[in-house]
Design a binder for this molecule. Structure first.
Ligand code: PEP
Length: 247
């Protein structure tokens, strides 16, 4: 059985005071579950707060080198040394605003696998690609490129997040047919690349998930949870998504 995962991507949001209050409010709610994994991806300066609250803390980004003259970057080894459990790789904001290309992302994937570090690989198409009908080919090519150095032995470290760029932060999530089509294609692709091991990789949907649409999105085949931006910034709304995933 695949793990279900609800992951919060806080991006470059929340001050120290707001993080403290988020954690206080969230921890007062019912969120513990043996079957579902909850993960928080805050700005790295708050990772220790997340851990102190007993939650899974993940980084939003990492560099592939172990150490050295890379001002502003963090290494996997540094993250692991403070108990960080996972990292996001290839978020569309990293790809678009910070020009991270598929070759770099493959190196990051390789470094995570070598260090036994869990990662969520984000993929997704722009609106022009979807309008041109090339969305499936585009996303599957992204996966092939980014995973080209990952072997079947290291597959247990991988979670895939399908995040159509046009749905991120737009308030307009992909519809159920679009989600079902893409998640099935990703599943088939993973099985094609890795055989039966590809069946066990969780695939999350991301893009304007909110309290109103979460339950139906979670009911789609091959949707094993969500990566959530805006709706994760309010602990009460995020908890509603969490409850929807348990249903
Ligand atoms: C994201 O950026 O990962 C995301 C899914 O954002 P939002 O939920 O705000 O669309």
């Amino acid at each position: 059985m695949r793990n279900k995962i609800l992951a919060a991507n806080w991006k470059m949001n929340l001050t120290q005071q707001q993080v403290t209050s988020w954690l206080g409010e969230f921890n007062d709610l019912n969120w513990k579950s043996p079957h579902t994994e909850l993960r928080i991806y805050p700005s790295s300066i708050y990772l220790k707060d997340i851990q102190a609250a007993g939650l899974h803390g993940g980084a939003q980004n990492v560099y592939f080198e172990a150490n050295g003259a890379y001002t502003g970057e963090l290494s996997i080894q540094q993250l692991q040394s403070i108990g960080v459990q996972s990292v996001l790789i290839g978020h569309s904001e990293r790809r678009q605003l910070f020009f991270e290309d598929d070759a770099l992302l493959a190196q990051k994937v390789n470094a995570c696998a070598a260090a036994n570090f869990q990662f969520v690989l984000c993929c997704g198409e722009a609106i022009e690609t979807r309008t041109a009908g090339a969305h499936l080919d585009f996303v599957l090519a992204q996966l092939s490129e980014n995973l080209r150095l990952l072997t079947e032995t290291d597959l247990h470290m991988l979670v895939v997040a399908y995040e159509p760029i046009w749905a991120i932060g737009s308030g307009l999530s992909a519809d159920l047919d679009q989600i079902t089509e893409m998640h099935q294609a990703i599943r088939n692709h993973l099985v094609g690349l890795y055989g039966v091991g590809g069946e066990q990789v969780p695939i999350l949907y991301g893009g304007s998930v909110n309290a109103a649409n979460a339950k139906t999105i979670f009911s789609c085949p091959n949707v094993d949870g969500a990566l959530v931006g805006g709706a994760s910034l309010d602990p009460l709304i995020f908890n509603e998504l969490w409850q929807a995933l348990q249903a």
